[in-house]
Design a protein around this ligand. Structure first.
Ligand SMILES: NCc1[nH]cc(CCC(=O)O)c1CC(=O)O
Length: 302
């Protein structure tokens, strides 16, 4: 191309770090220089409204809408997203053409050595229904309090005493060189956690080819499986759903759980399938819904 490739990104420090990682991958793959790539920060509605629960102000679509508009209007050539924040159903004009190698998928607990170490009735700050439900499933005595904002804001709110502990994605903390917290081993993450995706215009063959070259295939196969399960469940940011796929020897192991918001009911399962069996995640979703009580099933489409 005879002009710089424009990368659309949210303006948060984490989003910018992920945009730079994408720029570096494109430079390495195609022998490009700094001058060949331009990072275009775009402020999203979600960045502006930080004091209300995400579900109340419009859900995950907030993070993507403005980036989509820039891409569709030709103001950018590609968008970089945390895949976790991207809805499962996207406009047909857009295609996720690549995912970067996935980072640490776990959540980290900040403010205590472990969930068990928290005092009776301690306040855990999270606005994620999944994290709230998973915490309450283990420790029904804990109090969930809402906390929003970017990673630095949340850490500041925690330090300011708004909560006794909080949970954040290790991937985000690591990308910001923030060493805080201890990884929680036995808690499944959100579908797509730790994955960065690069979206392009479906019809732009030139940009699409540049981007496809940086796809980390194991990551995109696993994340696509998690997202297919999420889509079959009718999940969005209000649904307590956790899922993680791993890949080895041409087979994907997908583990997932759905919970009631209070964490009292939890249905978990797993399925092992060949990578070309694209519909397998839907079978796991159907199995979880089948086992769920009417109250739990009612949180989802099924
Ligand atoms: N919903 C916010 C969000 N989107 C992506 C990340 C971190 C990076 C990732 O999970 O890939 C975070 C913060 C968090 O959950 O701690």
């Amino acid at each position: 191309m005879n002009r710089p490739l424009r990368i659309g990104t949210r303006g948060s420090p984490l989003a910018l770090a992920q945009a730079r990682m994408t720029a570096d991958a494109l430079k390495a793959a195609h022998g490009l220089s700094d001058a060949d790539i331009e990072i275009v920060p775009i402020t999203t509605t979600g960045d502006i409204i930080q004091d209300r629960p995400l579900a109340e102000v419009g859900g995950k679509a907030l993070w993507t809408k403005e980036l989509d508009r820039c891409l569709l209007d030709g103001r950018t050539d590609l968008s970089v997203h945390s895949m976790k924040d991207v809805e499962t159903i996207r406009p047909g004009a857009l295609t996720v053409a690549a995912m970067l190698p996935r980072a640490d998928v776990r959540d980290r607990l900040i403010g205590a050595e472990s969930l068990d170490a928290l005092a009776d009735g301690a306040r855990v700050g999270t606005s994620s229904p999944r994290r709230a439900a998973q915490v309450l499933a283990r420790r029904p005595d804990l109090n969930i309090v809402p906390i929003r904002g970017n990673v630095a804001t949340r850490l500041r709110k925690l330090a300011g005493g708004e909560a006794d502990a909080t949970l954040l994605a290790a991937a985000g903390l690591d990308r910001l060189d923030e060493a805080a917290g201890v990884a929680i081993e036995d808690m499944l993450p959100a579908p797509s956690q730790g994955a960065v995706g690069v979206e392009v215009l479906t019809d732009n063959a030139e940009v699409r080819a540049l981007v496809v070259a940086i796809d980390h295939r194991p990551t995109s196969l696993c994340v696509r499986a998690e997202r297919r399960l999420l889509e079959r469940l009718g999940g969005d940011c209000r649904s307590p759903i956790a899922a993680l796929a791993t890949i080895a020897d041409g087979e994907i192991l997908l583990r997932a759980e759905i919970l009631t918001n209070d964490g009292r009911e939890r249905q978990a399962g797993e399925i092992l399938f060949a990578v070309d069996d694209g519909a397998a995640p839907e079978r796991l979703a159907a199995m979880l819904l089948e086992r769920a009580s009417p109250a739990l099933r009612g949180l989802f489409v099924g």
